[in-house]
Every structure is written in structure tokens, then in C-alpha cells.
Design a protein around this ligand. Structure first.
Ligand SMILES: *[C@@H]1O[C@H](CO)[C@@H](O)[C@H](O)[C@H]1NC(C)=O
Ligand SMILES: *[C@@H]1O[C@H](CO)[C@@H](O)[C@H](O)[C@H]1NC(C)=O
Ligand SMILES: *[C@@H]1O[C@H](CO)[C@@H](O)[C@H](O)[C@H]1NC(C)=O
Ligand SMILES: *[C@@H]1O[C@H](CO)[C@@H](O)[C@H](O)[C@H]1NC(C)=O
Ligand SMILES: *[C@@H]1O[C@H](CO)[C@@H](O)[C@H](O)[C@H]1NC(C)=O
Ligand SMILES: *[C@@H]1O[C@H](CO)[C@@H](O)[C@H](O)[C@H]1NC(C)=O
Ligand SMILES: *[C@@H]1O[C@H](CO)[C@@H](O)[C@H](O)[C@H]1NC(C)=O
Ligand SMILES: *[C@@H]1O[C@H](CO)[C@@H](O)[C@H](O)[C@H]1NC(C)=O
Ligand SMILES: *[C@@H]1O[C@H](CO)[C@@H](O)[C@H](O)[C@H]1NC(C)=O
Ligand SMILES: *[C@@H]1O[C@H](CO)[C@@H](O)[C@H](O)[C@H]1NC(C)=O
Ligand SMILES: *[C@@H]1O[C@H](CO)[C@@H](O)[C@H](O)[C@H]1NC(C)=O
Ligand SMILES: [Cu+2]
Length: 708
């Protein structure tokens, strides 16, 4: 064993230039990392509680902060500085987890250890295409079995495409507990690259955690014997009852007392810049639910990329980012040496929820900025990019630029051209239709997670959607998938319409960066910016009344638009994305080429919606999916329901004790013979692999003979 390991390392050092556990250089072919997921508490330094004061934290028993030494904030998960420690699940005890920074086309190896006591995990590499390695996509029960407590798993994949990505737990809502980090893929040989900063932004609630959020979403939130309402967006549509107490940038924020309006002085993230220099900020929406509008006081932002793909740059006052999205902007540090607020405000009305960080010019005193937001005026209106609606209230003097108004930086990557006979078109409504029960669904199909990995154990799936209780103006729960054949050109019309609309959804597709060809918005009141009516170019079929129809089986209202003939599609320089907002009442036309065989999850990135069922699978050229590596772990087939009740659970009329005695003997005999077979098998296998592939055996999970 040990010899084999050393042999492998020697071989790989010589042949592959492997880097272990540190930053990779451009010439490395393989980059290797270790991540440990464990529970931790915020505001604790080892066994000591700390408290926030004036941008620092101090040990709990400090009485006079002016003569005390503050605790190093890098040793504390400060979050919003709330003194009641909150449980987090974090990689390597940092919030966010350590950044993984690699170069395009490098082989990335990440060894993951699950040190949680009662939860399993998988890690998704959000935005990477996993071409040739679809079983490394990290979706539990879709591409792999979850990594159970105490277990390890090794991911191995190619870093492609280049750009700003992130990694996060894909297990239910675990990511909202802090289980994420940045994943940056640098371009090779890039000249004149800007120095850069990574910025994750998220909502935070220190009283609740993932599963409680979900329960409260279903059953309601009460405070002081009052039922709280869902918070409202600028266009009059909804967010959630999940209360965002604080916003965090790179894991730091301040809690504002709602009664006094005073903040608790917790430390904030400080981004240092040198006057005269330009910087690339890589912003990652890593939150649970709320979008943020991000601005930097007294600076314009030049947006240059979204979800890893370069855009024709636009200069804006701010941009909006939903969970799952990424935007890169260039900041020119050309203002007087000082401190400036970086702000992320939510789009809620009647609430002032802000995530804050500090832009600190080298040479400025270390203290909170005193700057204020730019005021948008009739003569100098603000431009906001990526709005989930068409308008802000007219009195705000803000002009929205929706994502479909952006263009790719170059025209070398036009939209896939329709080939006769190879074109498929899908209408997918991401919404909450229903009457008595209104689960989050896609076309009324709330996703039921398989109980084994659907990619590697397809023969063990049960829950087909081909049932009488599923269909037009019905809602059911099943394992929803659509099938694509290799080489298909696929147009998807993402909808958010009918009875189940009312929330905007950031929809994320795994395995692809789709081309965004067009967005169609509903009707709004131009003065108040309130949403009024769905876009009527979509025919919801079913019940003709839009407020009643589930819109489960939609099509174009004008039949000549079928077959890809939608007027106004951007085919020359469409921007690409892997996560796109589908606003209430709107549609988004996207295209992909089915050239990446896999089983790809397609879901809302608002975790609560995803967990509730707003997800589906794209079953892409299943018979062309490469075989997983030798030794790839399988799930034991505990069924998800009792439809396939096993014989050994039924007791016949004999007395229980006699029967259980018999059962025990049989089970023991079976176990013993299985063990015997396994031992013999292992011996044979070890002997064989020792002689033929000694270097690969200890690295079973990431050697892949089926690929390359
Ligand atoms: C995570 O922690 C482990 C154990 O302390 C360490 O070996 C590893 O290098 C860390 N990983 C990263 C990416 O920092
Ligand atoms: C790796 O790169 C990051 C970001 O550039 C930097 O903060 C960190 O110090 C580097 N780590 C090492 C070991 O060089
Ligand atoms: C706190 O410490 C400072 C500096 O040593 C001292 O000037 C001040 O009087 C102290 N305050 C109290 C309340 O003890
Ligand atoms: C990445 O690798 C692929 C396949 O080996 C190759 O075709 C492509 O040119 C490479 N790209 C870069 C930027 O090195
Ligand atoms: C609860 O409501 C009562 C009556 O309206 C009010 O006096 C009290 O301050 C409220 N408590 C909190 C914590 O808001
Ligand atoms: C919630 O909305 C209802 C109906 O609009 C209103 O009567 C109630 O006062 C609201 N509750 C709160 C806590 O704002
Ligand atoms: C930002 O751009 C706007 C219009 O493009 C311009 O009016 C404004 O002066 C710029 N602000 C700064 C701080 O450069
Ligand atoms: C909103 O909150 C931020 C800090 O969270 C504060 O700086 C700002 O003044 C507040 N704005 C309003 C209008 O209350
Ligand atoms: C969708 O509508 C079409 C046209 O009316 C109909 O043929 C089809 O059966 C419907 N599909 C479902 C699932 O109801
Ligand atoms: C994907 O397609 C294959 C082949 O058609 C089928 O056997 C498998 O059950 C499908 N899987 C899912 C989850 O739909
Ligand atoms: C349907 O769409 C086509 C192409 O855009 C257009 O020429 C035609 O007038 C439309 N028909 C109706 C009834 O609107
Ligand atoms: Cu959603």
C-alpha cells in the first residue's frame, strides 16, 4: 500500500508535476487540494467567546477595550458578529471556504473529508462543464452517492471553462450553513491581467439554520404573536419569510439592531487598492435567497464578465446578483486616497438590508468610510444591470439593463444553428402552481430525488413522471427528466407564469453554459414599477385564465415562433451563462448544443425552492456517458418508499422469536458467505492490480480508465 502510494507520487511528480495543497502555477498539469467539512460555531476563538467592538473582536472577559489586544479575526468565524454563536458547516474552518485557484485545462484533484456527525455531503463545482467526467458533478443521488459522515471522496476533473466559479455543498440547504468557497480558473498566458479580489456575498440569519428555514417557509413565521408576511420586491412580487438579518461579504458583516438602527461594530471585509491601479473584482452570489444590488461609493463599475464568459463591457452604477450568479467588474482606483463603502442592498421594499465591505486605498487611515451612495437624478440617472424586472419606480431615476441587453465580447461564439431533424424545444415553467398544495416545481412536476445515484444505478430508479396524476393543470412529485440525443440543438424557453408565479428564480443548469438569446418581460406600471401581467407571447394552454392556469404545458402564442423562429433572438453575440434570472411573468430563451453526455441537474438556486422541488434532470445522451472510474462508490439500495418492501421485513404467522432466530441465522450465513466472497475477490484483485497497475490501486476513485 505505502509503496504503491510513494510510487504514485514519485511517478506523478516526474511525469505530471503535481502540486499538493498549495497554489498552482501555470505550468502545473495537476493541482491537488484537501478540504475538510466540519461543524463550527461563529464568534468563538477556541474555547473563548468573543464580542465585536469598533471593527475588532475581543475575548469575552475584556472590560476595557482601549487597553486590550483584539483577537485576530482570521481565527474567528465572525459572520455578522452576533454574540450568540451560530452553527456553521464550513470547509477547513473558514467562511467562505479556502479559494481554489487554478489555470484553464489543469487537472484538479480535490480530496474531501466529511467530518460532520450526522449529515452527508457532495460538492458541486458550479459552472464547470465536467466534460468527460459527469460523475464528478457532485449532485447527490444524481451523479454520485452522498459522502457519509466520516467518509472521504476524491473529485477529479478538468478546469474548464476559464472564469469565476465556486464550489459548494449540493446537499439540501447545507450551502446556506457556510459550505462553499470560490473556484477561480485563470486563463493561461493572459497578458496585462488586473490584480484581483474575490468577493462572495450572501444573506445571513443567525437564529435559524437550513432545515428550520425550510420548515418555516412551509408553515409560516411568527414573531410576538404576529404572522410575518413574505417580504416584497420593488416590482410588488415576493421574496420570502426567511428573514435576512444581515448581509455578509467574504463571511463578514454587521448586525443592525432593528429597534435602535445601530450596528454591532463587527469587523468587515477590507479590500485594499493602490491609487491609480485598476482591479478585477470577481463577485460570487453565494446566498440562500436574496439578490443584492452591488455598488461602490463614488466609483463606477465596468462589468466585463458574467458566469465566466466575457461581455462587451458596460459602465454602470451597480449590478444585481442572485444566488448562483457571478459578475466580474473592473474598478478603477482613481479617486482620492480614502475609505469607501462597498454596498450590497436587497431589492426589498420597506426594509434596509445591506451587506457592507470597505474599499481601502493604501495610505488611508484604517477606519470606517464616511462616504454616501451616489444619488441618481433625472439629469444623471443610474444604470443598473441584470434587473429581474423592467423598471425601478420613476422617482428613483434608475434605468434597468436586463441581462439580454448585454452582448458577448466577441462574435466568434455565435448561437448554435438549428439543424433540421436535430432541433428540440422545451417550455419549462419554474413556479409554484397548485390548489391545495403548491410545491416548487417545473411544469407542475416537483422533483423527487432518487434514492440511489441515477447516473450510475439507472436500473434502480422508480419515480417516473409518466403517471395519470401528473400533467396539465396537475401537480405531482416525481423524478422529472427530459432526454436529449447527442448532437441535438436544444432551445429551452424558461417561464415563470400562471398561477404559480410571484417569485423570480435564478435557474442554474449543470454541464453547460447556455446562450441567452432573448428575454420577454411581462407588463409593468411604468411609474410605480409594479408588475401587472404575464408576457402574452406565451400560451399557457390548460385553463385560459392566467391566474388559474398552472402553465404546465405552455407553447408560443404565435405558432410561427416554433422551431426556433422567435423574432428578436440575438444569434450573433449572445452572452453565455449558467445561472439566469427568470423573472415573474417573464420568459427567457436559451440554447445549448447537446455535446456533453451526462445527467445534468437543472434547478432554482434559491435553496429553499430547490429543496422543495424546483429542479429536474437533463438526461443528455445517456448511452454515451463515459464509464465512471474503477472503484467509483455505489449507493446501497435502501428504497425511498415502501413500494418495493423487501421480504425480510415481513413477519409471517410464526412466533416472532422463532422467526427472528431463523432470520438471524440466514442473515449471518449470507453475511459470512458475502464476506468470504469479498475477501477472496479482494485478494485476487489486489494480486492482479499489484502486478499490473500498482500505482493506481490506492487512488481508485480518481484514476479513470474509461476517460482520455
Ligand atoms: C484544508 O485543511 C487541511 C487540513 O488542515 C490542509 O491539509 C489543506 O491544505 C487545507 N486545504 C486548503 C485548500 O487550504
Ligand atoms: C494562494 O493565492 C491566494 C490568492 O491569490 C493567496 O491569498 C494565498 O496566500 C496563496 N497561498 C499560497 C500558499 O501562496
Ligand atoms: C481604559 O484604558 C485606557 C487606557 O489604558 C484608560 O485611559 C482608561 O481610563 C480606561 N477606562 C476605564 C473605564 O477603565
Ligand atoms: C485545453 O485542452 C483541450 C483538449 O486537450 C485543447 O483542445 C484546448 O486547446 C486546450 N485549451 C487551452 C486554452 O489550453
Ligand atoms: C410585542 O408586542 C407588544 C404589544 O404590541 C409590544 O408591547 C412589545 O414591545 C412587542 N415585543 C417585541 C419584542 O417586539
Ligand atoms: C401582513 O399582511 C396582512 C394583509 O396584507 C396585513 O393585514 C398584516 O398587518 C401584515 N402583517 C405584518 C406583520 O406586516
Ligand atoms: C459614472 O458614470 C456616469 C455616467 O456614465 C457619470 O455621469 C459619472 O460622473 C461617473 N461617476 C464617476 C464617479 O466616475
Ligand atoms: C441602510 O443601512 C445602512 C447600513 O446597513 C446605512 O448605512 C444606511 O444609512 C441605511 N439607509 C437608510 C435609508 O436607512
Ligand atoms: C399539452 O398540450 C398539447 C396540445 O393541446 C396536448 O396534445 C398534450 O397532450 C398536452 N400535454 C400534457 C402533458 O397535458
Ligand atoms: C436517462 O435515459 C436512460 C436511457 O434512455 C434511461 O435508462 C434512464 O432511466 C434515464 N434516467 C433518468 C434519470 O431519467
Ligand atoms: C406571428 O409571428 C410572425 C413572425 O413574427 C408575424 O409575422 C405574424 O404577424 C404573427 N402573427 C400574429 C397573429 O401576430
Ligand atoms: Cu426559485
Amino acid at each position: 500500500m505505502k509503496l504503491a502510494c510513494i510510487a504514485f507520487l514519485v511517478v506523478s511528480l516526474v511525469v505530471k508535476k503535481t502540486k499538493c495543497g498549495q497554489n498552482c502555477s501555470e505550468t502545473d498539469e495537476v493541482c491537488e487540494f484537501y478540504l475538510e467539512l466540519d461543524h463550527h460555531l461563529t464568534m468563538m476563538r477556541n474555547n473563548d467567546l468573543v464580542f465585536p467592538y469598533n471593527g475588532h473582536v475581543y475575548k469575552y472577559d475584556v472590560i476595557n477595550t482601549s487597553n486590550a489586544v483584539p483577537v485576530d479575526i482570521n481565527e474567528v468565524l465572525t459572520a455578522d458578529g452576533f454574540e450568540q454563536p451560530r452553527l456553521v458547516a464550513a470547509f477547513n474552518n473558514t467562511l467562505p471556504g479556502p479559494p481554489i485557484i487554478v489555470y484553464e485545462n489543469q487537472t484538479v484533484i480535490v480530496h474531501v473529508k466529511n467530518k460532520l456527525k450526522s449529515e452527508s455531503v457532495t460538492i458541486h463545482w458550479h459552472g464547470l462543464h465536467q466534460r468527460g467526467t459527469p460523475w464528478m458533478d457532485g449532485v447527490p443521488f444524481v451523479t454520485q452517492c452522498p459522502i457519509l459522515p466520516g467518509q472521504t471522496f476524491t473529485y477529479r476533473f478538468i478546469a474548464e471553462p476559464k472564469g469565476t466559479f465556486w464550489y459548494h455543498s449540493h446537499m439540501a440547504s447545507q450551502l446556506t450553513m457556510g459550505a462553499f468557497g470560490a473556484l477561480i480558473v485563470h486563463e493561461k498566458g493572459e497578458v496585462n491581467a488586473f490584480p484581483e479580489h474575490i468577493m462572495t456575498i450572501q444573506d445571513w440569519n443567525h437564529d435559524w439554520e437550513a432545515d428550520i428555514d425550510y420548515m418555516k417557509m412551509l408553515y409560516g413565521v411568527f414573531e410576538n404573536r404576529t404572522r410575518l408576511n413574505v417580504s416584497q420586491s420593488i416590482d410588488g412580487t415576493s421574496f420570502s419569510m426567511f428573514m435576512m438579518q444581515s448581509g455578509l461579504i467574504n463571511g463578514r458583516g454587521r448586525y443592525y439592531d432593528h429597534n435602535t438602527g445601530k450596528d454591532n461594530g463587527a469587523p468587515l471585509e477590507v479590500f485594499q487598492v493602490q491609487q491609480g491601479q485598476a482591479y478585477r473584482f470577481r463577485v460570487i452570489g453565494s446566498g440562500a435567497l436574496y439578490p443584492f444590488r452591488i455598488s461602490v461609493d463614488e466609483h463606477n463599475l465596468t462589468i466585463v464578465a458574467a458566469d465566466g464568459f466575457d461581455l462587451d463591457s458596460v459602465v454602470v452604477e451597480s449590478f444585481i446578483i442572485y444566488p448562483g450568479e457571478r459578475f466580474d467588474f473592473i474598478l478603477h482606483a482613481d479617486k482620492p486616497v480614502s475609505n469607501y463603502w462597498i454596498r450590497g442592498i436587497t431589492l426589498e421594499v420597506g426594509k434596509n438590508h445591506t451587506a457592507e465591505a470597505i474599499l481601502h486605498y493604501n495610505g488611508a487611515p484604517v477606519r470606517d468610510p464616511t462616504t454616501s451612495r451616489r444619488s441618481c437624478t433625472q439629469d444623471d440617472p443610474c444604470i443598473v444591470v441584470n434587473c429581474p424586472f423592467l423598471y425601478f419606480p420613476a422617482s428613483n431615476y434608475i434605468n434597468c439593463m436586463t441581462f439580454d441587453q448585454l452582448r458577448a465580447k466577441s462574435d466568434i461564439d455565435p448561437a448554435p444553428v438549428i439543424k433540421p431533424g436535430k432541433f428540440k424545444e422545451f417550455f419549462l415553467n419554474f413556479a409554484f402552481p397548485g390548489t391545495t398544495s403548491t410545491p416548487a416545481s417545473v411544469n407542475g412536476l416537483a422533483f423527487e430525488q432518487p434514492s440511489v445515484s441515477a447516473m450510475t444505478q439507472p436500473q434502480e430508479l422508480y419515480s417516473s413522471c409518466d403517471r395519470p396524476d401528473c400533467g396539465e393543470d396537475k401537480v405531482c412529485r416525481c423524478t422529472h427528466s427530459i432526454s436529449l440525443d447527442y448532437g441535438d440543438i436544444v432551445q429551452m424557453v424558461l417561464l415563470n407564469m400562471g398561477k404559480g408565479k410571484g417569485w423570480s428564480h435564478p435557474i442554474h443548469l449543470h454541464g453547460h453554459s447556455f446562450y441567452v438569446l432573448k428575454m420577454g418581460f411581462g407588463r409593468y406600471d411604468v411609474t410605480t414599477a409594479r408588475f401587472m401581467e404575464d408576457d402574452l407571447n406565451i400560451d399557457c394552454r390548460g385553463n385560459p385564465d392566467r391566474t388559474v392556469s398552472f402553465c404546465n404545458n405552455a407553447t408560443w402564442a404565435n405558432a410561427t415562433w416554433l422551431g426556433g423562429n422567435v423574432p428578436g433572438l440575438e444569434l450573433k453575440k449572445p452572452p453565455r451563462k449558467d445561472t439566469i434570472i427568470v423573472p415573474t411573468g417573464a420568459y427567457v430563451v436559451i440554447r445549448i448544443r447537446a455535446d456533453n453526455p451526462g445527467l445534468w441537474n437543472f434547478h432554482c438556486h434559491v435553496d429553499l425552492h430547490n429543496v422543495d422541488g424546483m429542479q429536474m434532470l437533463v438526461n443528455e445522451s445517456f448511452n454515451k456517458i463515459p464509464k465512471p472510474p474503477v472503484g467509483f462508490p455505489m449507493c446501497w439500495n435502501y428504497p425511498s418508499d415502501f413500494r418495493s418492501a423487501m421480504d425480510w421485513t415481513t413477519v409471517d404467522d410464526d412466533s416472532w422469536s422463532a422467526n427472528s432466530y431463523k432470520t438471524t441465522i440466514v442473515v449471518l450465513a449470507v453475511i459470512l458467505s458475502l464476506e468470504f466472497i469479498v475477501i477472496v475477490g479482494m485478494c485476487i484483485y489486489i494480486r492482479r492490480t499489484n502486478t499490473t497497475r500498482s500505482s493506481e490501486r490506492t487512488f481508485l476513485t480518481f484514476e479513470n480508465p474509461g476517460y482520455n
